[in-house]
Design a protein around this ligand. Structure first.
Ligand code: PLP
Length: 421
């Protein structure tokens, strides 16, 4: 309560703007995930790895726009590319000069992609991948994992959402080989797709076990279902995403977030055979339109980011640097005698109660969310912004000194707040 009161006193302008927004948007909100009580901070601007709120406070940005903020704010090469676009027309009514270059780069990077198509968000990418699988197999059922998040209409936390698309979903527990294999067997004649995040994100950044992904690959092949990896977030975890890291190849991959360099972005793709169903020259081709699918800002911004900042070598170096960060924080938490640790891979992390990160959702400690909420407020007080639900995202502009600063604030917040549980 003290933390909340201090927060309200400190942020009058955010509070006033939140009040005003309520006249026009339900709860003053247009992105459910950003809300927290008493009110979310209204952000005025960002630069490199820092954000400034409308009350003038600065924060180290570890919210990282839920992973879309990989490049930080105003990366000079991306900004220059976008300025050039602004000077040369935005709504071009035809294929543009950037889209095929970006498609080529993405297919070269992610081994499962032979062909891809662009869309406007990760949600759309997953919807189109599922529809491709349904069309290709002539089946309807889709296996997803409990508590997974694949977009605003593909939400499986707590048994699903009334807003979900009415697809024929069945669920299985993530990282549970036996029970998932049994589910596949039960539905194998009807199964169009298995959709999985190789790191279960929103539910607590739990990495897949290699054997679990290998089993999914084996079962999908055996029963003729399309295996789809949702790499909307995880494609940043190494030079070839998590498919490269695990060496397990899905039939289709979906992408989004940072690959548009901070602009709206989505892409879905896979083998030539699957994706050629969209070839408009073929009789009966699937139609996939969308005014902004190839919008030149996202295409040019995305290209500039991949070519200049997130090269394959930079991706490897970033993974190493951020893995070292997690190891350091975990060592300090354990030296302090705390039963708290960070889960995740590289730049995508979550706090958990326990000496080791959970491998299954059922192992998540019931007071984890409370700890994350307390740590979130405590870190805000010290100038470090995490996501309201406690995910932590690191970004490319963060150097060793900054990572040290983040580790110090985070560890001391956990030390102060964990006895409250
Ligand atoms: N898939 C995953 C794993 C995500 O984390 C998200 C967004 O958080 C999405 C899909 C949806 O992407 P978007 O918000 O661009 O629709």
């Amino acid at each position: 309560d003290d933390l909340r009161e201090a927060y309200v006193r400190k942020h009058p302008e955010s509070c006033a703007r939140h009040e005003r927004a309520q006249a026009w948007m339900p709860g003053g909100n247009t992105r459910s995930v950003l809300h927290f009580d008493p009110f979310p901070l209204v952000i005025a601007s960002g630069r490199a790895d820092m954000l400034t709120d409308v009350d003038g406070y600065e924060y180290i940005d570890c919210a990282g726009e839920f992973s879309a903020g990989l490049y930080g704010h105003s990366d000079p090469v991306i900004v220059a590319a976008l300025h050039e676009v602004l000077d040369n027309g935005l709504v071009l009514s035809g294929p543009n000069t950037a889209e095929s270059e970006l498609a080529e780069l993405l297919c070269q990077r992610f081994p499962s992609l032979e062909r891809l198509r662009f869309c406007n968000s990760g949600t759309e990418a997953n919807l189109f991948a599922l529809l491709t699988a349904i069309n290709a197999t002539g089946r309807k059922r889709v296996l997803v994992f409990e508590d997974a998040y694949h977009g605003g209409v593909l939400t499986f936390a707590g048994g699903g959402s009334p807003m979900n698309v009415p697809f024929d979903f069945v669920t299985a527990p993530f990282n549970d080989i036996e029970s998932t294999r049994a589910s596949v067997k039960r539905h194998e004649d009807d199964l169009a797709a298995i959709l999985v995040e190789p790191l279960l994100g929103a539910a607590g950044n739990i990495p897949a076990e290699a054997a679990f992904l290998a089993m999914l690959r084996e079962e999908a092949t055996r029963c003729g279902a399309v295996l789809i990896f949702d790499e909307v977030k995880t494609s940043r975890l190494g030079r070839a995403g998590l498919q490269g890291h695990y060496g397990v190849m899905p039939d289709m991959t979906t992408l989004g977030k940072y690959l548009g360099a901070g602009l709206s972005f989505g892409a879905f793709g896979g083998s030539k055979a699957l994706m050629d169903r969209f070839d408009p020259r073929l009789p009966g081709a699937l139609k996939h339109a969308g005014t902004f699918n190839n919008n030149i800002m996202s295409m040019r911004g995305g290209l500039a980011g991949l070519r200049s900042s997130f090269t394959p070598d930079a991706a490897d170096a970033f993974l190493q640097r951020t893995e070292a960060f997690r190891a350091t924080v975990n060592a300090r938490l354990s030296q302090a005698g705390l039963n708290v640790c960070l889960s995740g891979i590289g730049s995508i992390l979550s706090l958990h109660i326990g000496a080791q990160p959970p491998m299954k959702v059922a192992q998540i400690h019931p007071q984890t969310m409370l700890l994350r909420q307390l740590v979130h407020l405590k870190c805000l007080e010290r100038g470090l912004l995490l996501t309201p639900r406690g995910d932590i995202f690191l970004s490319l502009p963060m150097n060793e000194a900054r990572l040290g600063e983040i580790a110090e604030i985070l560890v001391s917040a956990v030390i102060q707040e964990s006895p409250a549980l």
